[in-house]
Write a protein that binds this ligand. Structure first.
Ligand code: GDP
Length: 312
C-alpha cells in the first residue's frame, strides 16, 4: 500500500525538493499550507492532521536563514520554531501518526568540535552563540521525538543536514546563507560592471555544502529505512569561504576584486560533518559536486532573478 506522507514546509526551498524526492520513491505526498495548516496554531494543526491521517510526517517547515538573520532575530527564531515543532509533535502523537521525521541542522552541533562532526558529538558541548537559538530549536525537536516515542510509540527520525544550496534558495542579503548570498553578489556585480564584491568575515571559516536535490534524496532514503538515531547528511567535504568566493567568482565570470569585511562575524570556524554513518545506513553518497551544483544554481538565479529578488 502506498504510504501517505504529510510534508510541512513543502513549498519552501528545501521542502519542494523533498516533495519531489518522496514522490520519486513512491510516496503519496500532501503539502498543506497556510491558511488551512498554520503550525503556529495548535488547534488548526490538530484538525488538519486528524483530517489527513498520514502514515508519516516530514517536518521541514522552519523560520530560519543564514548568519545574518540568526544574529538579528534570535528570539523570533526560537519562539516560532519551538512552537511549530511542539504543536506538530503533539498533534501527530494524538492522531496516532506512526512516524515523524524532523529535519535537523548541523547548527545544532557544539561550536567547538575538533575535526569532522560525528553523531556522538551531538550533545557534547555548548552551541556557537551565533546560531545557538536556531540550532537549539532542532535539539528541542530531537528530544521531543524521543519523548513522544516513549510516550506514544511514535517512531522519530532526524537527518542532521549541513549547509544547503540550490535552485529556489533565498538570495536576499538579510536571510541568505553564504552560497546563495555570494551567487547574488557576484552575478549582480557582473551585470552592473562593479569592480569589487564585499564578502563577510575573513574568508577563513570552513563549511560543507550539499546540493538541495541530493539532501532531499537522503531524506527519502532515510524515511524508507528504520534508522531512528540522528543521522548526518552532508558531503563530508570542507570548503573555505574564500575558496567558495573564488569558485563563485569564476563561475559567474566576475573578474574584479574580492574584499573581506572583517567587521562581520565569521560564525563557527569549522562546520563539516562526518558522513560515514550516512554512507553505510543509506548506502549512498551525494552525487552532485559543488561546482556542478553551483552552476545549476547560478543558472536558476539568472533565469529567475526577478522572482528571487522579490522574495523577502
Ligand atoms: P552559517 O553556516 O550558519 O554560519 O551560515 P552562513 O551560510 O550564513 O555563513 C557561513 C560563512 O560565510 C560565515 O563565515 C559568514 O561570515 C560567511 N559569509 C561571507 N560572505 C557572506 C554573505 O554575504 N552572506 C552570508 N550569509 N555569509 C557570508
Amino acid at each position: 500500500m502506498t504510504e501517505r506522507v504529510l510534508l510541512t514546509g513543502g513549498s519552501g526551498f528545501f521542502g519542494r525538493r523533498i516533495a519531489e524526492a518522496l514522490r520519486r520513491h513512491g510516496y503519496e505526498v500532501s503539502t498543506p499550507g497556510r491558511p488551512e495548516f498554520d503550525l503556529m496554531d495548535a488547534s488548526l494543526t490538530r484538525r488538519t492532521i486528524d483530517r489527513l491521517r498520514p502514515d508519516a510526517i516530514v517536518h521541514s517547515a522552519a523560520y530560519y536563514g543564514g548568519l545574518g538573520i540568526c544574529m538579528a532575530e534570535p528570539a523570533q527564531i526560537f519562539q516560532r520554531n519551538v512552537i511549530m515543532g511542539v504543536n506538530l509533535l503533539e498533534a501527530a502523537a494524538r492522531a496516532g501518526v506512526g512516524k515523524v521525521m524532523a529535519i535537523g541542522s548541523a547548527c545544532s552541533y557544539p561550536g567547538g568540535v575538533a575535526g569532522d562532526m560525528k553523531e556522538e558529538d551531538f550533545w557534547s558541548g555548548p552551541l556557537h552563540p551565533s546560531v545557538e537559538s536556531y540550532g537549539f530549536t532542532k535539539k528541542v525537536l530531537e528530544v521531543g521525538l524521543r519523548a513522544y516515542g516513549r510516550g506514544f510509540g511514535m517512531v522519530g527520525q532526524m537527518p542532521v543536514v549541513t549547509n544547503l544550496y540550490g535552485e529556489y534558495d533565498v538570495f536576499g542579503e538579510y536571510r541568505s546563507h553564504v552560497a546563495a548570498a555570494l551567487i547574488k553578489k557576484f552575478a549582480d556585480a557582473v551585470q552592473s560592471k562593479a569592480d569589487h564584491v564585499t564578502c563577510w568575515g575573513t574568508g577563513a571559516p570552513v563549511r560543507e555544502f550539499i546540493y538541495s536535490g541530493d539532501a532531499a534524496e537522503a531524506v527519502a532514503r532515510l524515511l524508507q529505512s528504520g534508522y531512528t538515531e540522528p543521522l548526518n547528511v552532508g558531503t563530508g567535504i570542507g570548503t573555505s569561504i574564500k575558496e567558495l568566493a573564488e569558485l563563485t567568482a569564476r563561475l559567474t565570470g566576475f573578474r574584479g576584486e574580492i574584499v573581506w569585511d572583517t567587521s562581520k562575524s565569521d560564525g563557527v570556524l569549522r562546520k563539516v560533518l562526518d558522513v560515514s554513518k550516512m554512507e553505510s545506513v543509506l548506502g549512498w553518497k551525494p552525487p552532485t559536486s559543488l561546482e556542478a551544483g553551483l552552476k545549476r544554481t547560478i543558472r536558476w538565479y539568472l533565469e529567475n532573478k526577478a522572482e528571487a529578488d522579490a522574495r523577502p
